[in-house]
Design a protein around this ligand. Sequence first.
Ligand code: 5GP
Ligand code: ZN
Length: 117
Amino acid sequence: ETMPADADCLFCKIVAGDVPADVVASNDRVIAFRDINPQAPMHVLVVPREHYGDIAQLAAGAPDLLADVVALADEVASEQADGQFRLIFNSGPHAGQSVFHVHGHVLGGAHLGWSPA
Ligand code: 5GP
Ligand code: ZN
């Protein structure tokens, strides 16, 4: 199933190369680029090239693509940090989701605290 790129979607624009990003890894299915407002020494976003709104839609519609997102997160953590990472998917505005193209936050490079609220 191919979802149409949303003309107003920031991450579709980054995938298309229409908005610049600091890309650290990519393949034909997933792209990884640095968050513009990093919350840890390593803060990279892993984004499927195909548009899905959130992690539940991605898991239901393309579970193999979700696995590809996790695999690229692991690869980025090995290249950019010590291989250890936290992978966060905010789902919905109350959880902090502000871009409605699914993305995993890959955080690491330090001993991370735990204060989600
Ligand atoms: P969310 O709040 O949806 O979970 O995460 C969106 C993330 O995208 C935020 O951490 C924010 O800093 C990041 N972000 C927003 N706009 C841009 C942008 O234009 N470029 C990059 N690289 N990151 C962005
Ligand atoms: Zn999109």
